[in-house]
Design a protein around this ligand. Structure first.
Ligand SMILES: [Zn+2]
Length: 303
């Protein structure tokens, strides 16, 4: 658990550029569910079927009855993807900022850090997937809806920069309500910043795979999430900029059925492939295998 933990507070007041380091390998024995009773009930929001928590957990939180993919935390996502004992968190020290002096914003962030064990709305690191080394970033919908503010934008940017230096691909799991309103225009600027980071990474020949999960909306869908070389999505994920109701009210028309769902977007060429959660590791390993290039030894960092 501690490897996803908060950044050291003594460095938070520093205004110098964010420092990046890799933390030790995550302990395979870290129990992410120590506070949950395995016999507790779990109700599928798709079909209302009841399951035991241990049963649904084994199925990666996908309903065996209707196939509904329930939201999973960023930590669980990392565990479901990475080869055991290979994930090393990228520690980016970013001082907390409240540029608009938004009331109770600081308290809200601290509270979420304590509750989720995350420092911000995205977790990134280096790991292996079926033996293929890659950089992975996972947005955390449990942290202010994975909204993108200064810290998330910086962490995404650093993710690409580190991958470029290490000559590794980048896989990002997106889940976001969009820009973080508490940071105003500065959160919107993260769209340009992260998009520029993707472009720089791509120009250097890096492979970027985006996995769009429910929901991927707003400023995240309008920036790095939709700039990948390969775009995957989870079944049933809501992917779009504004919500369907807002669009209907604006254009005065009824939207087609399934509009903004992953399946509709795949049909229209926006998503390359819909991948059920249980097949995601195999699919990503296959993509990494196909795109593996000889690493330039002089660029390789020892991790
Ligand atoms: Zn169900």
């Amino acid at each position: 658990m501690k490897y996803f933990g908060k950044q050291k507070k003594e460095n938070k007041t520093s205004t110098e550029a964010a420092k990046v380091s890799l933390e030790p390998v995550m302990n395979a024995n870290d129990n992410l569910e120590e506070d949950k009773d395995p016999d507790a009930g779990f109700t599928c929001s798709g079909c209302n079927s009841e399951f035991r928590l241990s049963e649904i957990k084994k199925n990666l939180y996908v309903c065996p009855e209707c196939g509904k993919h329930a939201k999973i935390s960023a930590k669980r996502r990392v565990i479901s993807l990475a080869d055991p004992g290979t994930f090393r968190r990228l520690n980016v020290e970013i001082p907390f900022k409240n540029p608009l002096n938004y009331p109770e914003y600081s308290e809200k962030i601290s509270g979420l850090q304590d509750k989720t064990g995350l420092d911000e709305g995205v977790v990134s690191g280096v790991c292996e997937i079926k033996g293929y080394k890659t950089v992975v970033a996972v947005m955390a919908s449990e942290f202010l809806m994975g909204s993108m503010g200064i810290a998330v934008g910086e962490k995404i940017t650093r993710t690409f920069e580190v991958a470029d230096k290490m000559n590794l691909p980048v896989i990002i799991f997106t889940a976001s309500g969009g820009a973080r309103m508490q940071e105003g225009i500065l959160s919107l600027m993260q769209m340009a910043k992260t998009s520029a980071a993707v472009q720089k990474f791509s120009k250097g020949g890096g492979l970027f795979v985006a996995c769009l999960t429910h929901p991927t909306t707003g400023g995240v869908s309008a920036s790095f999430a939709t700039l990948a070389d390969i775009t995957l999505a989870e079944p049933g994920a809501l992917i779009g900029f504004a919500g369907p109701r807002v669009i209907e009210q604006t254009i005065g028309q009824k939207l087609p059925e399934g509009f903004q769902r992953a399946e509709y977007l795949e049909e229209h060429g926006f998503v390359d492939q819909i991948v059920p959660r249980g097949e995601m590791r195999d699919t990503l390993a296959q993509i990494l295998k196909l795109h593996e290039k000889r690493r330039k030894s002089w660029l390789r960092l020892e991790i």
